[in-house]
Design a protein around this ligand. Structure first.
Ligand code: ADP
Length: 485
């Protein structure tokens, strides 16, 4: 396509040029000749009619001498480049502007028949062999006493008609040449505006088809071509980004699966070959069990993420009491809180707070946030879960006074597998997928999550949910803040 489009255009241009010249040389040339003959014939006829009505009529009425007629016709003949003849109806020549006739010698135009002129305004040829070369001849009758007494014939050489046609034709050729040269500008514009960008786009699509999605190119124009190029670049960039993400994702998954498997393998081997004595087997089997728990959590998290991605926006939204859900989630962390001596403080808006969302998914959001807050809190500290209403939104905050998140990590913690260096020592079971799941769920709901954190001071995660209409009925009874520990 790349070669042929340009070739086709150049070929069309050359054909246009050749066709133009053929047209000028044939059709236009013939049209010009016909037109020139007509113009000359009209001029000759006007002249001949004037002569027939004046000098020739005078001659037949004996009002002018033949000599004076010769003088007048001679002048008119050289002025018009035409030969003027006066003939009797029988064909006998009375006057010939080219030569004086001897009155005693009768010169007759053999075969002269005025009827030959009736079909066309002029006759083309040698005028009954009177001339050596072709002429255009016109005829004007001389009338006297309502009778035709003779004819004025004016003949103009065809060679002169052709010569003046050639001049006009030359102008047409020059015009055509100028037109062709000007149309080269169109060719140049086509090359610059259409062909060059199209070649770039074609080359890029070939690269993309070959799998090189990182290939970039520029088309500096603001028209459809530029827009198409920008869209292609954008599309390739997006696909390349997705490919990179996928590679990173697979690398992370492999890495996170490999380390627990390596340690399980190591411990089991050491137990089998006796490196670990039988009395220590219990201790190391517990370690192996822990590692399998980690693998199970990783697999579950991956499945959850995968479901969220493939199912997209399909959510099972219902009206449910968020406060009650928070209480239930808090209860499920009782054992962990007790072990770490952490107080879980719930500051909830009123007794009930209905939201419209997918209850199962929101429970997972709360679970992941509270789990993180407890994991990254120091012992003997407090984790606070608070709900507030603002307009038709409900804000839920999960706040701890733990290790905090460095500023540079705050944007990255929602990415898959991302863990801050600070947290690595504190949480060996973590997969780095919890917050990605949280973000995906809230995104599917069209809601937001933000983090406010200071390293060494603590973190607060706040997310929004849509308030349910069911609250309006409850609001009539008034709402209050309920605090529990
Ligand atoms: P994980 O399953 O490992 O907890 P998450 O996606 O939930 O993964 O969290 C990603 C990382 O964000 C954690 O490894 C940790 O570094 C950081 N993080 C999340 N929540 C907190 C928090 N409350 N305090 C400090 N760091 C946190």
């Amino acid at each position: 396509m790349r070669k042929t489009l340009y070739l086709k255009f150049v070929l069309a241009y050359i054909l246009f040029g050749i066709f133009g010249f053929i047209m000028v040389a044939s059709v236009i040339s013939n049209m010009d000749l016909d037109h020139e003959k007509q113009v000359q014939a009209d001029a000759l006829l006007t002249e001949a009619t004037t002569i027939a009505n004046t000098y020739a009529a005078d001659l037949y009425n004996s009002e002018a001498s033949i000599d004076s007629v010769y003088t007048q016709l001679g002048a008119l003949s050289s002025y018009n480049n035409a030969r003027i003849l006066i003939l009797n109806p029988s064909g006998r020549m009375v006057v010939d502007s080219a030569k004086e006739l001897d009155p005693d010698v009768a010169v007759t135009v053999e075969g002269f028949d005025p009827a030959d002129f009736s079909g066309s305004p002029y006759l083309e040829g040698t005028f009954y062999d009177t001339f050596d070369e072709d002429q255009i001849c016109v005829l004007a009758p001389i009338a006297s006493n309502y009778r035709t007494v003779g004819y004025v014939i004016m003949c103009y050489p065809m060679s002169l008609v052709v010569a003046s046609t050639q001049q006009v034709l030359q102008i047409s050729y020059v015009e055509l040449l100028i037109l062709l040269l000007l149309s080269v500008i169109i060719l140049i514009f086509f090359t610059e505006i259409v062909y060059v960008p199209l070649r770039k786009i074609t080359k890029a699509t070939e690269q993309y088809a070959a799998g090189n999605m990182h290939y970039t190119f520029t088309v500096d124009s603001e028209d459809e071509m530029g827009y198409l190029a920008a869209s292609l670049n954008y599309m390739a960039g997006e696909i390349a980004g997705k490919e990179d993400d996928q590679k990173k994702f697979i690398a992370n998954v492999s890495h996170d699966f490999r380390s627990p498997l390596t340690s399980i393998h190591g411990f089991l081997e050491a137990m089998l070959d006796g490196t670990i004595p039988p009395e220590l087997h219990g201790k190391y089997l517990k370690v192996c069990l822990n590692e399998t728990d980690r693998l199970t959590k990783l697999t579950n998290d991956l499945l959850t993420l995968n479901n969220l991605n493939t199912r997209g926006m399909i959510l099972n939204k219902t009206d449910f009491d968020l406060n009650e859900m928070i209480r239930q989630v808090a209860a499920s962390f009782e054992h962990q809180c007790h072990t770490k001596k952490i107080t879980l403080s719930l500051v909830l808006t009123g007794k009930e707070l209905y939201v419209n969302a997918d209850a199962g998914r929101i429970q997972q959001v709360l679970y992941n946030l509270v789990d993180n807050a407890i994991k990254f809190s120091h012992p003997d500290s407090t984790v606070k879960v608070e709900t507030t209403e603002r307009g038709h939104k409900v804000f839920t905050s999960v706040k701890d006074t733990g290790i905090g998140i460095p500023k540079e990590d705050q944007k990255l913690i929602f990415d898959r597998f991302y863990k801050t260096d600070l947290s690595r020592g504190k949480d060996k079971m973590g997969t780095g997928l919890g917050l990605s799941i949280v973000r995906e769920i809230l995104r599917a709901h069209g809601e937001n999550i933000n983090v406010v954190s200071t390293e060494g001071v603590g973190s607060e995660f706040i997310f929004t949910l849509e308030r349910s209409n069911y609250n309006d009925a409850l609001d009539e009874n008034g709402s209050s803040h309920e605090e529990t520990e």
